[in-house]
Design a protein around this ligand. Structure first.
Ligand SMILES: C[S@@+](CC[C@H](N)C(=O)[O-])C[C@H]1O[C@@H](n2cnc3c(N)ncnc32)[C@H](O)[C@@H]1O
Length: 239
C-alpha cells in the first residue's frame, strides 16, 4: 500500500487551508489566466487545484499515484458538477507527456517527494515536454530551513474535533532527508503512515530548471518560520 492511502479520508481536514488561500490569490492575481487553457497538476492529491481551476473554466488534469486520494478528488469534482476535469491514477514519473498544456503545477511539497536528486532533471524534462511553447510551470518547495528547523526533530499533537494527530519528525542532515510519521487516533481506531521527503535548495532547483529548457521568472517566499522562508513558490517558463 502506497503512502497517503490510509490518511486520505483525513487529508483535507488537516492540511493548512491558509496555504491554498495564499497560493490561489497569488496565482489568480499574477500568473494564471482563466478560460480556454489546459492545466496539468502533478501529485494532485484530493484534487484541490484542478477542481478549483476547472471551476474557473480551464480544462484540468490531475495525476496521483494514490487511488485513495483520487477518490476524494473525483468526489469533489462530482459535487462541484465539473465536466472539464480528469484525474489519472499513475506515477507521474512513468508517463510520456505530449506538448499540450499551458500550465503544469506541482504543489504542497510534491517535489520533496522525489528522493533521488538525479530524478529531478528527468522530471523537469518530462514537464517541459508536456508544456506548449512559453507554457508555465509552477511548483512550491519546503525550504531546507523549514525542514531542519520548523519540522526538525520534533513531536507534537494536533487536536481536531473527532480525531487527533500524533506527529513525529526527524531530520537527517547528512542525507538531507526528513522522516515524518503520523498516527491518527479517532473513534474508528488508529491509522499510521510514514513519509520521507528530501530537502533541495532553491539554487539547485533553479539550476536544474535552467538546464532543462526553462527560464526561471521568480522564486518567492510563501511562508516564514522565525523570519526565514519555510516554503517557496518557483515560477518557470518554457524557453
Ligand atoms: C502532500 S500531497 C499534495 C497533494 C496536493 N498537491 C495538495 O496540494 O494538497 C503529495 C501528493 O503527491 C503524490 N505523489 C507523490 N509522488 C508521486 C508520484 N511520483 N506520482 C504521482 N503522485 C505522487 C502523493 O500520492 C500525494 O497525494
Amino acid at each position: 500500500m502506497k503512502s497517503y492511502a490510509k490518511i486520505a479520508p483525513y487529508y483535507d481536514r488537516f492540511v493548512n487551508k491558509n496555504f491554498y488561500k495564499i497560493l490561489n490569490k497569488y496565482l489568480a492575481d499574477k500568473i494564471l489566466t482563466s478560460g480556454e487553457k489546459k492545466l496539468l497538476d502533478l501529485g494532485t492529491g484530493t484534487g484541490f487545484f484542478p477542481n478549483y481551476f476547472a471551476s474557473k473554466g480551464m480544462f484540468s488534469v490531475g495525476i496521483d499515484q494514490s487511488k485513495e486520494m483520487l477518490k476524494y478528488a473525483n468526489g469533489y469534482a462530482k459535487e462541484m458538477k465539473l465536466k472539464n476535469v480528469q484525474f489519472i491514477n499513475k506515477d507521474f514519473m512513468n508517463i510520456d507527456y505530449g506538448e499540450e498544456f499551458d500550465y503544469v503545477t506541482m504543489f504542497f511539497d510534491v517535489i520533496n517527494h522525489i528522493i533521488e536528486p538525479q530524478n529531478i532533471s528527468v522530471l523537469f524534462k518530462k514537464i517541459n515536454s508536456a508544456l506548449l511553447p512559453r507554457g508555465e510551470f509552477l511548483l512550491d518547495i519546503l525550504s531546507l530551513w523549514g525542514m531542519k528547523r520548523m519540522w526538525g526533530n520534533d513531536r507534537f499533537i494536533e487536536y481536531h474535533d473527532d480525531f487527533n494527530i500524533f506527529w513525529t519528525s526527524s531530520w537527517d542532515g547528512r542525507k538531507q532527508l526528513l522522516n515524518i510519521s503520523l498516527k491518527i487516533k479517532s473513534d474508528k481506531g488508529i491509522v499510521s503512515e510514514k513519509f520521507v521527503e528530501r530537502g533541495y535548495s532553491t539554487k539547485f532547483l533553479v539550476e536544474k530548471l535552467e538546464q532543462n529548457g526553462f527560464t526561471v521568472k521568480n522564486v518567492m517566499p510563501l511562508f516564514f518560520f522565525k523570519s526565514k522562508p519555510s516554503r517557496y513558490l518557483i515560477w518557470a517558463q518554457k524557453k
